[in-house]
Design a binder for this molecule. Structure first.
Ligand code: ATP
Length: 301
């Protein structure tokens, strides 16, 4: 698999306090990677390091296969756009003026593409309105447009929906999906709310105490959070025959236990099992929701 970014045993200390403690991470090309962790888990520290705003204490990372110790990392970083903490925008300027200013900072030869960028983030009709009169969501979208100047193919967003109203959250979500699907931009988004990222992430990294607790794909997370019934019987092979006959998906766990991924009519199951000489001992509903999966992994509130 191709990785846009890898992080290898990264440490960051502030005095005696370790904000990152040997963090490992891999962001596949084309992914929307949700970096999830409680407040203080180390998300912003990691993002500041990969953006070159801070140096790690120990360890390294790669961007497009270029190691952080290489002199070429600066060039690799130009393929990346980021909004870290609050978007860096000039409040006394309009959206268009902000983008022109960023084009100047990047030394771009013309203002070509600015109108397209404004349309992409839904700010094409803001005219001369100054950014200080924008809603929080509009400012966040302007911040993303600024990060997109120079056409990066990797976008890093630190808590992009923090403080936004539900409408603002939907707009940012749709924008991220569009950038990923239509512009093939790999996106790394940090958040402390898993349910928010679960509507768009293709991959997840759960970070806690400066360490990567678990990395998995959206499919793996779905499978881990699937509702199921844990069924105990006297004879699991007989149960398997019955469930096969009913066309129901299951997973045998032992000689007497299985997880069944469907709602069952207990009377029909008992009758069918009885015809196989097998008894139903117990049925337990299991529901590992996203939030409880998260709490099991990283603990706490
Ligand atoms: P949040 O969602 O609250 O932003 P986070 O996961 O982004 O949390 P970080 O901002 O990376 O967490 O902070 C990780 C830990 O490092 C926190 O305990 C924080 O207090 C500490 N920390 C961050 N920056 C500094 C600093 N400059 N000096 C001392 N400690 C710091």
């Amino acid at each position: 698999m191709d990785y846009v970014m890898t992080v290898n045993s990264l440490y960051k200390s502030y005095g005696n306090f370790k904000a990152l403690c040997g963090l490992d991470m891999r962001v596949p090309k084309g992914a929307i990677y949700g970096l999830i962790g409680k407040n203080g888990a180390g998300k912003t520290t990691l993002i500041r390091i990969i953006c070159g705003l801070q140096n790690p204490t120990l360890g390294c990372y790669t961007l497009y296969g270029i190691g952080s110790h290489s002199s070429k990392i600066v060039k690799a970083r130009r393929r990346m756009g980021a909004v870290v903490e609050t978007p860096s925008i000039y409040l006394d300027m309009s959206a268009e003026e902000n983008l022109k200013e960023q084009y100047r900072v990047l030394g771009m030869p013309s203002f070509e593409g600015i109108n397209e960028l404004l349309t992409l983030v839904g700010l094409e009709n803001t005219g001369k309105k100054k950014a200080k009169n924008f809603s929080l969501g509009m400012r966040q979208r302007l911040g993303i447009a600024i990060a997109l100047c120079g056409s990066p193919d990797f976008l890093v967003l630190d808590e992009p929906v923090n403080g936004l109203d539900p409408q603002g959250i939907v707009e940012i979500r749709e924008l991220i999906l569009r950038l990923n699907r239509e512009k093939n931009i790999t996106v790394l988004i940090s958040s402390h709310i898993l349910s928010e990222l679960s509507k768009l992430a293709t991959h997840y990294g759960f970070i806690d105490g400066g360490r990567m607790v678990k990395e998995l794909s959206a499919e793996e997370l779905d499978a881990a959070c699937r509702k199921c019934m844990r069924i105990e019987v006297t004879n699991a092979p007989a149960l398997a025959r019955v469930l096969d006959g009913m066309g129901i998906e299951y997973k045998i766990l032992s000689d007497t236990e299985a997880d069944v991924f469907a709602k069952l009519n207990i009377t029909s199951l008992t009758n069918a099992l009885s015809a196989e000489g097998c008894e139903l001992v117990s049925v337990q509903e299991r529901d590992e929701s996203l939030e409880s999966y998260y709490i099991n992994l990283v603990g706490g509130n």
